[in-house]
Design a protein around this ligand. Structure first.
Ligand SMILES: Cc1ncc(COP(=O)(O)O)c(C=O)c1O
Length: 457
């Protein structure tokens, strides 16, 4: 099989590098090594997961812990940990639901937790979104959103963004913009067009103003809408995973184009929903979509659960099924979701994310003066990325350095993931304190300093 460094690292750090082997050699001993080998023996290997980094024994609050008892502040959590790993309120709600013997709900019936969850989402999502449909995972939820958009519009084409990830299922991977999930799989779902996400730091046209980048990106979208008419939907994350935070003007422009050309706007907030960006939903920074897709933390960090929320006017599929999933109204998952949402609202975790995110951005931006490797810091709330460059002028991606920094951070007690090879991403549980964030930033500062001083891994 042909290997391509850039492609492999689109979504995250990979398990095929020399540094990864060195990490295993240094960190996996005794029990850890034994279980690591068992995992490696029985799971199907994939570059982003198996062989794994290490074996965990606990995940609690902001931390994960390995078999040796070493704790790491987790800056990734796959996005499920907004209220913290194993949040006691969520655990309690799940236990209570189990004791009530109403967990799985056979299709054609409903149950109170599922109804309460749909009602809660209608109350807390913006702009009149009020109709929900649930399923086990984010990829399926994305596919339900696409199916609904196709039914509503009677069209099938979509526009989405290069470098985006919307899930591993075939329709989700078709709108995703990473070759990692579509290359070598034969024909994907037809009609999936892709355009550039507005990236102000790394735009390919050399523009220096955000207005120019927005105008060019909107021009590209309009070109596709004109040349490939009959578009069903435009789908994207409000803020890219890297993250790149577009202007409100940009998303307003996209929404206007959608309205003009009769396409629906779908926002994937599987990562960005539930307080991550400093508002309860990321779309509140921009515009209300036609369909909002939620997942990850919707399951309370304990259970797999995802779904879509849309407007009353799109409740038009009585004669079809757009998401016929066995766990559509799972009471246990709904109880976890209600507890997670309740916790976020009660503790105003979205406001905490806004405040601590602002502080973190300031500290990291200050570090930029000290570290030439830091090319750019971007983010909103507790969704932050550090773009590491080997040359600040050319903005050449410091892929090798980023990997060494990541492993150094790990050994110092901070687990963070790289994306696109060189961007260190910070997405902690929203219950993280300022002291814990300071510790995390100190570790990053130290690790970058060591790499700049020429220390190898
Ligand atoms: C933005 C985004 N959309 C969709 C998905 C797919 O979710 P799931 O893994 O639950 O299918 C992910 C998962 O990482 C994601 O980050």
């Amino acid at each position: 099989m042909k290997r391509n460094k850039r492609i492999e690292r689109e979504q995250g750090d990979v398990n095929t590098t020399v540094n990864r082997r060195e990490y295993w050699k240094r960190n996996l001993k005794g029990e850890s090594k034994r279980w690591f080998d068992e995992d490696k023996k029985y799971f199907l290997h994939q570059s982003l997961s198996t062989p794994v980094l290490n074996v965990l024994s606990r995940a609690q609050g902001v931390y994960i812990e390995d078999l040796t008892g070493k704790k790491y502040i987790d800056m990734h959590g796959n996005g499920v940990h907004n209220a913290g790993f194993n949040n006691p309120a969520v655990v309690e709600a799940v236990k209570k639901q189990l004791e009530e013997h109403m967990t799985f709900c056979p299709r054609r019936y409903t149950n109170i937790p599922a109804i309460e969850l749909a009602r809660k989402l209608a109350e807390i999502t913006p702009g009149g979104l009020c109709r929900s449909l649930f399923c086990p995972g984010g990829s399926e939820a994305i596919e339900m959103a696409l199916m609904l958009a196709k039914q509503v519009t009677g069209r099938f084409k979509t526009i989405s963004f290069w470098d985006s990830f919307h899930g591993a299922g075939p329709a989700a991977a078709s709108v995703g913009g990473e070759e990692h999930f579509s290359g070598g799989f034969g024909p994907m779902v037809p009609g999936a067009f892709h355009v550039e996400f507005p990236n102000y730091y790394r735009n390919p046209w050399g523009f220096t103003s955000e207005e120019d980048v927005d105008a060019e990106c909107l021009r590209q979208i309009e070109l596709v809408l004109k040349r490939a008419p009959e578009m069903a939907a435009i789908i994207g994350e409000p803020i890219s995973a890297t993250p790149v935070v577009p202007s409100r003007r940009y998303w307003q422009g996209v929404k206007e184009l959608c309205e003009h050309y009769g396409a629906l706007l779908i926002f994937d907030e599987i990562i960005e929903g539930f307080g991550r960006t400093g508002k309860l939903f990321a779309c509140e920074h921009f515009v209300t979509p036609d369909i909002l897709v939620l997942g990850k933390s919707l399951g309370g960090g304990l259970l797999p659960f995802a779904g879509i929320v849309t407007h009353e006017r799109y409740n038009v599929c009585q004669h079809r099924s757009v998401g016929h999933y066995t766990h559509e109204k799972n009471a246990l998952c709904s109880a976890a979701a209600l507890a997670e949402i309740g916790y976020i609202l009660e503790h105003k975790l979205h406001e905490h994310a806004a405040e601590l995110g602002g502080y973190t951005m300031k500290r990291l931006t200050d570090l930029k003066d000290k570290h030439p490797l830091i090319g750019h810091v971007a983010g909103l709330g507790l969704h932050i990325g550090i773009d590491l460059v080997s040359d600040p002028q050319t903005k050449a991606r410091a892929v090798d350095e980023a990997e060494v920094i990541m492993f150094k951070c790990l050994e110092k007690g901070l687990s963070a993931k790289t994306i696109e090879g060189n961007v260190l991403t910070l997405r902690p549980a929203l219950v993280i304190t300022r002291e814990e964030m300071d510790r995390a930033i100190d570790i990053i500062d130290e690790a970058i300093g060591e790499v700049e001083a020429g220390k190898k891994y």
